[in-house]
Structure formats: structure tokens, C-alpha cells
Design a protein around this ligand. Sequence first.
Ligand SMILES: [Zn+2]
Length: 200
Amino acid sequence: MLNGDVLVLNRSWIAVNITTVKRAMVLLFQGHACVVHPKDYTLYDFNSWCELSQQREQFCKGRYIVTPSIKILLPDVILLTVYNGFVFREVRLCRKNIFERDRCQCQYCGKVLPKHELTIDHVIPRSRGGEDTWENLVLACLSCNLRKGNLTPDEAQMSLLRKPIAPKWLPKLGIRVRKEQLSTWQKFVDFAYWHTEISE
Ligand SMILES: [Zn+2]
């Protein structure tokens, strides 16, 4: 139960990570995080969360950690109150995550296509020193890829829909959301996508 998943929000309420209940409880106890109430999003520090946990009627269906002296509700979502209390996980650079970031859309012509009709294009071609980085890899449809060939976007006179960046959000596919967590987490995860899109 201590290895269960807890969604971590940063101080701007953006979903930044998933951690274990155990780690979340440590952050809470150290004062590095608050618990976000699943219903009204009120914030609780360790002491007030313990108090709330004693009010049984609050969460008859809640999951608890039971110690000899106290029982504490397991948090679903926590919010960091400090910047240095957590090491952020970087989004792994892999095929699956590039498809996820670019949402199966050719980054040159904008067509949304099934996966098998898309390729991963090096913006600066490999043969010209282009590397395998988030900034240099984008999805391209077969015809855009052919047309671009061994050229840079400038040379091919093809522009990118958006500047490729390393995602700061959690790729949707990387989150294993249990059904009972979906409603509590979804709002924050959706917000993370939305926020990334308007700010980049
Ligand atoms: Zn295309």
C-alpha cells in the first residue's frame, strides 16, 4: 500500500510527477508538501491532515495507513511547497514519447495520421551532425519526410508547426492511472497538457 501512486503537483498546481505513498508521506512530514483534498482542493499540512484523518465520516471509503497511535488517510494528490524537496523525473526520449508529444501529427504539414504512416525525422539531418534530442526529433509523414530528404527545414523551405522541446508534462502513456484515481488526478493532468500548450 505504501508503494501506491500519488500525483505530485508543483507550486503552480501543475502535475510534475508520480511518486509512491511512502515518499509522499515523507515529503508531507518534512513540510515539503501539502495534501490536496480530493473534493474541494483545500490544502492540508501534516498535522491538519492527521486531524482530518480522524474524522471518519469525512472519507468512509478512504484508504488508511494505520499505526499504533494514529491512522492517516493516504493522499491521492500532493502539492509541493518547496522547490528542492523533490527530484523531477525527466521525460524519457523514446519513440513512444515523441509520438505522444507530437500527438501523431506531422510537424511539417499538420496531418494527423495513424502511427504506421508517420516517421521520426531529424530536423537537422543526422548526416549533417543532427543529434537524437527532443529538440531535433519530430514526427513527419512519409511524403514530408521524402520531400525534406537530407535538407534542413530552411533549405527544404518547410517550416515546423511548433518548436520541438523536451516535454515537461507526464506523457499520458507513462501514467498508470487506476480507475479510482482517475477523477482525482484527471483535472491536474489535463491542466498540465493545456498549460504546456499555451506556454510554449
Ligand atoms: Zn507531412
